[in-house]
Design a protein around this ligand. Structure first.
Ligand code: ZN
Length: 438
């Protein structure tokens, strides 16, 4: 890891959170609604309680789900959800802290430790979904007629989708244990590597994200320089990045082969609750539309920009006549809030909760994850949003997008609880894209 040391000296006891910026500066979030800090004693207490709860759960239920009646199974579900939500709370805290401080070894170590412990505890919980999925349809149907089980029908229905690809308990256990040093470790290496990359623009060292932002500049030379910087930095790291990508692809191929997924996209499509054929139809429709839509659009854009040929650094150039101004955070916030409130005051009220609490990490700070996401955490807390706000129109769109997720996550979590509020991407993106259109 190279030159990013901004967060390397974080003092955990002080909390790693910068206060919300002075007015105008995009805010940083405050994760203390989850835990006060990295060394909050509540983390250790929760881990201890969850460890024994998971063990007791396994002792009480393993091998017995088929004999349970609906009332008993519903109570098992409630306890399973309670433990999973507890783990989700610690896991969210670690994930979010790591995303905001990806190059900080303190957070790296903490997150790795949390992941390992959650995996250990999950070893006592794994049987629950595996055993449920092994029950015959008739047995499960009989239990499910109990009104107590009504709440868990959607969970069981979704779980059933993965039944044909489930392996033996021992193999499932090994795959879960090994993921800590396998896929998860490679993902972490990728995140840390990307967050530590820097570029030099206008004589200043900046995070890679700043170069992506410059690709939207109205000045062509600036865009070209940024593109050149991005290519150079990625080329410098190509051996490592290629190794990471190839290893993750092979890891996935091995898993897919063991489970019998027909093709690489199948597991993702199952997770999204959509059939392979539906995605095929979507892909071919988009492919067919390239000449009619995107090729024509880029040809028009080249003409508008007065260029013979569009280079790749021209793709995100603003159109002539579009003001190339920076939209301050306060204004961006207002645009989004007004849009949501104009559509529906209740929706606006929910959006306002995000904007008036430290739930959004918006400052484009060095060493943090690029891109944007809304993390639901757990229903008893609230979602958090991470983005890198540079003041471009597209950043305002991103804020609207992520708030769409955030609002959806609050409403789903409150009503459905932790397990049932998990949403496939296909549905989740409906709320966020709707937010952009607001
Ligand atoms: Zn989204």
């Amino acid at each position: 890891m190279n030159s990013q040391n901004f967060f390397a000296v974080t003092d955990p006891s002080n909390g790693p959170f910068a206060p919300s910026g002075e007015s105008g500066t995009p805010p940083r979030w405050d994760l203390s609604d989850l835990y006060a800090s990295l060394d909050d004693p509540a983390i250790e207490q929760d881990f201890a309680a969850l460890t024994s709860a998971a063990r007791a759960f396994s002792e009480g239920w393993k091998g017995k789900l088929g004999q349970a009646d609906g009332v008993a199974l519903a109570s098992a579900f409630a306890e399973y959800e309670r433990i999973e939500e507890g783990l989700g709370r610690i896991g969210s805290f670690a994930q979010l802290g790591f995303a905001a401080h990806t190059t900080d070894p303190t957070w790296g170590r903490f997150t790795q430790g949390v992941q390992e412990r959650i995996t250990d505890i999950s070893a006592d919980l794994l049987f629950f979904s595996l055993e449920l999925n092994r029950l015959d349809d008739e047995v499960l149907e009989k239990i499910s007629t109990s009104p107590d089980m009504a709440k868990w029908q959607p969970f069981l229905r979704d779980l059933r989708v993965f039944r044909p690809y489930q392996l033996s308990d021992e193999v499932e256990q090994v795959l879960m244990d090994k993921s800590v040093t396998g896929r998860n470790a490679w993902n972490r290496l990728f995140d840390e590597t990307m967050a530590s990359l820097t570029i030099t623009l206008d004589g200043e060292t900046k995070p890679l994200g700043a170069a992506f932002n410059t690709l939207t500049s109205a000045e062509r030379e600036k865009r070209a320089a940024a593109a050149e910087q991005i290519s150079a930095v990625l080329a410098d790291n190509s051996r490592l990045l290629t190794m990471i990508t190839n290893t993750l692809a092979k890891d996935k191929a091995i898993g897919d082969k063991l489970r019998g997924y027909p093709r690489p996209s199948s597991s993702r499509n199952r997770g999204n609750m959509v059939e392979d054929e539906v995605v095929d139809a979507l892909v071919s429709a988009v492919d067919e539309a390239y000449p009619r839509l995107s090729h024509r659009y880029y040809a028009m854009k080249a003409k508008w920009l007065g260029l013979e040929k569009l280079e790749h650094w021209d793709r995100n150039a603003p159109l002539p006549g579009v003001a190339d101004t920076v939209i301050p955070w306060e204004n961006g916030k207002e645009i989004v809030l007004n849009a949501y409130t104009g559509f529906d005051p209740e929706l606006g009220g929910l959006v306002n909760r995000f904007l008036t609490h430290p739930w959004i990490d918006a400052e484009a700070a060095p060493g943090k994850s690029s891109g944007a996401f809304a993390h639901p955490t757990v229903p008893s807390v609230h979602p958090y949003i991470l983005m890198n706000y540079h003041g471009r129109a597209r950043d305002v769109m991103t804020l609207a997008h992520e708030l769409g997720h955030g609002v959806h996550q609050i409403l789903a979590g409150q009503k459905q609880g932790y397990l049932n509020s998990a949403t496939p991407l296909t549905l989740a993106e409906t709320a966020s894209v709707f937010g952009e259109f607001c």
